[in-house]
Design a binder for this molecule. Sequence first.
Ligand SMILES: NC(=O)c1ccc[n+]([C@@H]2O[C@H](COP(=O)([O-])OP(=O)(O)OC[C@H]3O[C@@H](n4cnc5c(N)ncnc54)[C@H](OP(=O)(O)O)[C@@H]3O)[C@@H](O)[C@H]2O)c1
Length: 267
Amino acid sequence: MLEVWRIVCVLLTLVCWQNDGSRASASHSAITAMLFAPSSHTALLPQVTLKVAVDVQGAVDDLDARDSFRFTSPESLDLVHRLRASVDAVAVGVGTVLRDDPSLTVRRVSFPGGISQPVRVVYDRHLRIPAASKLMTDSHRTMVICKVDAVGSTSLEFVGAKEAVPVDGSILESLKALQEKGVAHLMVEGGPKLARSFLDDGAVDRVILVEAPIRFRQPIPSGISVPLLKDYGFTCLVSYLCGGDKVSYWHAPGVPWVEQESPLPWP
Ligand SMILES: NC(=O)c1ccc[n+]([C@@H]2O[C@H](COP(=O)([O-])OP(=O)(O)OC[C@H]3O[C@@H](n4cnc5c(N)ncnc54)[C@H](OP(=O)(O)O)[C@@H]3O)[C@@H](O)[C@H]2O)c1
């Protein structure tokens, strides 16, 4: 049954490739389709992997710091970049763009030849994303998930260069729209509001939780914790030390982690 599903996934991916014209998307999707079994929410939606990094209090950022900063180990950062390299798209909420101005590109690890960067997806209902942000000005692809009635508003001058994806409704509707654009595997990088929405809507297949041995002075709580993941039905597959951080892998009920014949931990 799994084999049949994989063949269907690859065929769908190739159709998306032809419609979308994006070689990178097809390459990522094909790899994803072959590696991953159907998602827990519905088989035809993209796989969703949530990555969250927290301090010892479960916080994602320190308001005491004027700018956001990297607080996890270099090894954990490499892990995040490997994750980015293995997915079709990386999503953040607009709150993260406003605070961090991230580029969300793969930089720390090498990329298989010919494959381009994952698409960056910003959840931004009212198009608050700054036109000067890295995601809007660099040469890589960015999609902005916004409300239908936001399109046509004055803040849309950037859409010529980047891509607005109007969606009215839930996270699941946004996933349908992303699937139609060839996204087979989405990594959600935060922040906590967006992460909670994905969890609340039952849209998360796997979680990678990075717990750093640091205590923020003015913590921004994530609300995401081991008890919460258990409440949502996630099971911890493994946890290990990664350059001093505790990294744990969680999967939703019925969602396998990786191929059984591939014993190496993903990512
Ligand atoms: N440690 C980590 O792993 C990590 C990762 C990323 C970010 N961060 C930190 O997290 C903080 C920002 O987090 P945040 O929670 O304030 O912002 P966020 O989750 O990045 O973005 C939240 C915003 O996304 C928009 N949005 C659109 N659709 C949404 C939906 N379905 N559900 C929820 N939000 C939706 C909303 O704005 P509209 O209503 O205007 O659309 C909402 O205010 C920053 O301090 C950043 O440094 C930490």
